[in-house]
Design a protein around this ligand. Structure first.
Ligand code: CO
Length: 223
């Protein structure tokens, strides 16, 4: 898991976080005196973001957005598995209550979780979570086995893991019911580069009802 803890701790302390909060409130109010008043009325974010817990990939900063703009779920290596109650609850609430029109899975190159999944050693409890990424490897083993460079292997598996997470979202009854009702809902796969700060849209056309393998359809498709 080198990418997760190769850097030394920064100057951040417990106290400095609280100080930072006060400074942020003062600066925000100076720029927009109505900021908190407006936000306290409620939220209507148009986007659900499912990303990695990695401290270097914060949804709002890298998309130049503000509090209130993005509903967020983060876990190690942005894995989407159908037994995750937290993911299902967030997805259901975002889609059916908040009415988001876009669900974005955003992975990142240099992901320590994906790198750990490629390794043949134990890291602890996390191995069970990362197992889903090993399954993704198995699905694409011919392509993966042909890549010899370690960094390239990691980065390709990052992309395949994002794709798998997107397809797993498309397999949920939550997403498929929305599609069956004719509601506008898109599922996207992105990858963020920590080295450049730029996001790439993987353009996953398979994240649509007619592209899913029939065994995963949970609504009857009209003949
Ligand atoms: Co990561």
């Amino acid at each position: 898991m080198c990418a997760l803890h190769e850097e030394k701790h920064s100057h951040i302390t417990y106290e400095s976080l609280l100080e930072g909060n006060k400074e942020w409130v003062a600066k925000t109010l100076e720029e927009n005196p109505d900021f908190f008043n407006k936000l306290s009325k409620g939220q209507k974010p148009p986007v659900l973001w499912i990303g990695c817990s990695d401290s270097r990939v914060p949804a709002n900063q890298i998309t130049n957005t503000n509090p209130g703009d993005i509903f967020v779920l983060r876990n190690i290596a942005n894995v989407v598995v159908h037994t995750d109650m937290s993911m299902l609850s967030v997805l259901d609430y975002a889609v059916n209550v908040l009415g988001v029109e876009h669900v974005i899975v955003c992975g990142h190159y240099g992901c320590g979780g994906v790198e750990a999944a490629l390794a043949n050693k134990q890291f602890g409890i996390i191995d069970n979570w990362l197992r889903a990424i090993k399954d993704t490897y198995r699905l694409h083993h011919e392509e993966m086995d042909a890549i010899t460079d370690h960094k390239e292997r990691c980065n390709r598996l990052v992309e395949l893991n994002v794709a798998e997470s997107v397809y797993n979202l498309s397999k949920t009854s939550i997403v498929q019911n929305k599609w069956a009702n004719g509601s506008k809902l898109s599922v996207h796969g992105w990858v963020y580069s920590i080295e450049t700060g730029l996001i790439t849209d993987l353009g996953l056309s398979a994240a649509a009802p007619d592209k899913l393998s029939p065994v995963f359809h949970v609504n009857e498709i009209p003949k």
